[in-house]
Write a protein that binds this ligand. Structure first.
Ligand SMILES: NC(=O)c1ccc[n+]([C@@H]2O[C@H](COP(=O)([O-])OP(=O)(O)OC[C@H]3O[C@@H](n4cnc5c(N)ncnc54)[C@H](OP(=O)(O)O)[C@@H]3O)[C@@H](O)[C@H]2O)c1
Length: 199
């Protein structure tokens, strides 16, 4: 299984640190040439491989860590996302319900990534918390996962565990997924809740 993080800002860095901490290789990409963020990547660890967007999207599992508004640009990088799992880490705060066509924001993202399997997750914590070692107080920091595809949710649940987190599945995007959704000027009830699981 190969991994990539698209977007190497605050959240991209936090996710990259989790990969490095656990010795798992991951590609990182932005709109810029990989040389421009190579030293940033090297500072995190040798597992963090700077790539162009076109190269990075060859991975099997892709974290979408760009602003919600940028997701259509990333989606254009491939004609089809068949066979790939996309983890939507975006928060559509400030995006009106009308602009989303009344849909959950992750459904809008899923439609843009035609053919791919989408899991909403790793998006409920601020970057400065997600950045930290999730082994805390003898337990594991919780990340929430929501998906309309149970197989994809299970796959990303296993990855979350390998990254040291404790995943909690919330069900479908239009059900539990709404608890971790931002849109307009509202945040879902579970957003910013820094929870730790002990078993
Ligand atoms: N910050 C938080 O605490 C937090 C918490 C939870 C969720 N989130 C969500 O996570 C996402 C990222 O937030 P952030 O705070 O990490 O933002 P950020 O620091 O502004 O980073 C965004 C990254 O995306 C890259 N990017 C922009 N357009 C791109 C494109 N078309 N293709 C590839 N890369 C592109 C940017 O690089 P270039 O512009 O150089 O290409 C930059 O590296 C947002 O959706 C946000 O809502 C953020």
């Amino acid at each position: 299984m190969s991994y990539a993080i698209i977007g190497f800002g605050k959240i991209g860095h936090a996710l990259a640190k989790a990969f490095a901490r656990n010795g798992i290789e991951v590609a990182v990409a932005t709109t810029r040439a990989p040389e421009s963020f190579a030293s940033d990547a090297a500072a995190i660890g040798p597992q963090i491989i700077p790539k162009t967007l076109a190269e990075a999207v060859k991975a099997d599992v892709i974290f979408l860590a760009v602003r919600f508004e940028s997701h259509p640009d990333v989606a254009k990088a491939l004609p089809t996302w068949q066979g790939k799992t996309i983890i939507d880490v975006t928060n559509a705060y400030g995006v009106s319900p009308e602009a989303l066509g009344g849909q959950p924001s992750s459904k809008v993202v899923a439609q843009a990534f035609t053919g791919g399997r989408l899991v909403k997750g790793f998006n409920h914590l601020v970057a400065t918390v997600l950045d930290q070692d999730p082994a805390v107080h003898g337990g594991r920091r919780v990340v929430f996962l929501a998906s309309d595809d149970d197989g994809a949710a299970a796959e990303i649940g296993a990855l979350a565990e390998n990254l040291g987190f404790s995943p909690i599945k919330l069900g479908r995007l239009s059900e539990g997924g709404l608890l971790v959704q931002a849109r307009g000027n509202s945040w879902g009830q579970l957003i910013f809740k820094d929870l730790v699981k002990f078993a």
